[in-house]
Design a binder for this molecule. Structure first.
Ligand SMILES: NC(=O)c1ccc[n+]([C@@H]2O[C@H](COP(=O)([O-])OP(=O)(O)OC[C@H]3O[C@@H](n4cnc5c(N)ncnc54)[C@H](OP(=O)(O)O)[C@@H]3O)[C@@H](O)[C@H]2O)c1
Ligand SMILES: *[C@@H]1O[C@H](CO)[C@@H](O)[C@H](O)[C@H]1NC(C)=O
Ligand SMILES: *[C@@H]1O[C@H](CO)[C@@H](O)[C@H](O)[C@H]1NC(C)=O
Ligand SMILES: *[C@@H]1O[C@H](CO)[C@@H](O)[C@H](O)[C@H]1NC(C)=O
Length: 244
């Protein structure tokens, strides 16, 4: 009972706050109008579709991936769709120097940055782990380390614009497929998924999932983890942590 008395009120407050903030504002495409946005991994798949949505909303976009030829096509389609401006910078996110310089160049092209959408992922095949540690290193570098490098490089511009960082995990698509036999839900098409990601970014939602089924939110959102996070953060003095 003592436990309930101590923890129930904060838990309730947490959930009320969560629902208040997540349902507070409605998305309007104008939110992206004139915004300066970087999309990585934008030569195909979800990244490409995000670039097109942003273009339709009148944003400035800089897209990147390795394949120059494909990026060129994405940029010209963005311009057709009504992008305020559209550029590409090709290169591999295996290269940390490229990642850093890319953000600086993109910032120069657009005159700032409002949103950094991190979406690229290395093209590993879905095989059982064969013990090849080089492949692990490569995916850590492309799928994780470059995300850190890009974010750090973008932070000064994002602070200035009060901007945001959006991290895409396309594995969500695969994850949904994995549980779809049990839940009988289909993965949303990538066009729709791309739009949901942009909406979530514009509304600064903490997490967004592919489809809007309550079950997906519940299973992937993992309320148990959120409650634990909330409770354990209570033991930290975050002010001191930040000021240090
Ligand atoms: N998108 C879908 O509709 C869909 C559906 C089912 C399954 N999936 C799976 O979900 C995963 C991710 O999907 P997705 O749409 O996000 O990925 P994707 O279509 O494979 O696109 C990945 C993006 O990252 C870029 N990229 C790859 N390696 C890079 C590197 N070293 N440096 C910089 N950019 C790099 C790719 O362009 P470059 O190759 O030009 O660099 C591409 O633009 C994939 O495994 C995919 O097979 C996707
Ligand atoms: C890494 O990127 C930088 C900047 O784009 C470039 O000058 C350099 O040649 C690249 N290195 C490799 C190994 O591709
Ligand atoms: C991924 O891309 C690299 C470089 O383009 C290529 O050498 C490699 O074979 C590709 N791997 C897979 C699993 O498609
Ligand atoms: C930055 O954005 C946050 C979240 O939307 C908002 O609460 C805050 O007031 C903004 N700050 C400035 C300086 O615009």
């Amino acid at each position: 009972m003592a436990f309930m008395k101590k923890y129930l009120p904060p838990i309730l407050v947490f959930f009320l706050a969560y629902y208040y903030y997540s349902a507070n504002e409605e998305f309007r495409p104008e939110m992206l109008q004139g915004k300066k946005v970087i999309v990585t991994g934008a030569s195909k798949g979800i990244g490409e579709q995000m670039a097109y949505h942003l273009a339709k909303m009148g944003a400035h976009v800089v897209v990147t991936a390795r394949s120059k030829e494909t990026l060129k096509k994405v940029v010209s389609h963005c311009l057709e769709l009504g992008a305020a401006s559209a550029h590409y910078i090709a290169g591999s996110m295996e290269n940390v120097t490229f990642a850093e310089q890319f953000v600086a160049q993109a910032g120069k092209l657009m005159g700032g940055l409002d949103m950094l959408i991190l979406n690229h992922i290395t093209n590993t095949s879905m095989n059982l782990f064969s013990g090849d540690i080089h492949l692990v290193r490569r995916s850590m570098e492309v799928n994780f380390l470059s995300y850190v490098v890009l974010s750090v490089a973008a932070l000064p511009m994002l602070k200035q614009s009060n901007g945001s960082i959006v991290v895409v995990s396309s594995k969500a698509d695969t994850a949904i497929k994995a549980v779809s036999g049990i839940l009988n839900i289909d993965a949303s098409p990538k066009e729709e998924c791309a739009l949901e990601i942009i909406k979530g970014g514009a509304l600064r939602q903490e997490e967004v999932y592919y489809d809007n089924s309550v079950w997906t939110d519940l299973l992937l959102g993992n309320p148990g983890r959120k409650i634990l996070e909330f409770l354990s953060l209570r033991s930290y003095s975050l002010d001191k942590f930040i000021n240090n």
